[in-house]
Design a protein around this ligand. Structure first.
Ligand SMILES: [Zn+2]
Length: 197
């Protein structure tokens, strides 16, 4: 296998120019095939004519795959079984099936991660009797942004444990949809359900 160093040059077909060009190996941010994100700073062959990435050397493939896995990694946690029931009930309240639960959670986590005031309130739910119980049900959330949103929310809420954080989010949902129904939020979520169903 030929290992390219930054600054090496060779002739290669550029897919943008659709012609044989001189490419120079440089550190570039490379988009994933499916356009779902970018890998930062991998050695790629850059066309000297049009300045776009013309070839990805084989040596960069493991770095790209690793980055892809990190970005796709699910957030796994365990919560008490009654928390899953609360989420199913909240979904039903919106006219949705339990299939909607992961989206509902992701929506709330994303909203709370951009609302410092609401995020700080999470901790108040932790004193609730409903926050107790053996964490024995698996909760898995997939998506590119979920990891970032959870990190942001941990900082804002000052709850550093993922399980505790998720409990706070579940009890916020329980509060907003079932205990003290937030009419506007419910209307918004119902239209969301109608869109994704
Ligand atoms: Zn080119």
């Amino acid at each position: 296998m030929i290992i390219y160093k930054v600054g090496d040059e060779k002739k290669a077909v550029c897919s943008v120019c659709e012609a044989l060009r001189t490419v120079s190996y440089q550190l570039r941010d490379v988009p994933f095939d499916d356009g779902s994100g970018r890998v930062k700073d991998v050695i790629a062959g850059v066309c000297k004519t049009c300045d776009s990435v013309a070839v990805i050397p084989f040596q960069s493939v493991p770095a790209i795959k690793k980055q892809l896995q990190i970005q796709r990694k699910a957030v796994e946690s365990r919560v008490p079984a009654h928390m899953i029931d609360l989420l199913n009930l909240a979904s039903a309240q919106l006219g949705a099936t339990p299939d909607f639960v992961p989206l509902l959670l992701k929506y709330y986590i994303h909203q709370l991660a951009s609302n410092p005031e609401a995020a700080r309130r999470l901790v108040t739910f932790m004193t609730s009797e409903l926050a107790t119980g053996l964490a024995n049900k698996r909760l898995s959330l997939k998506g590119r942004e979920i990891g970032n949103d959870i990190d942001k929310l941990k900082t804002l809420s000052q709850i550093n444990n993922t399980t505790e954080l998720l409990k706070g989010v579940v009890l916020t949902i329980h509060n907003d949809l079932l205990v003290n129904p937030d009419v506007q939020r419910i209307a918004l979520l119902k239209s969301f359900v109608a869109t994704v169903a």
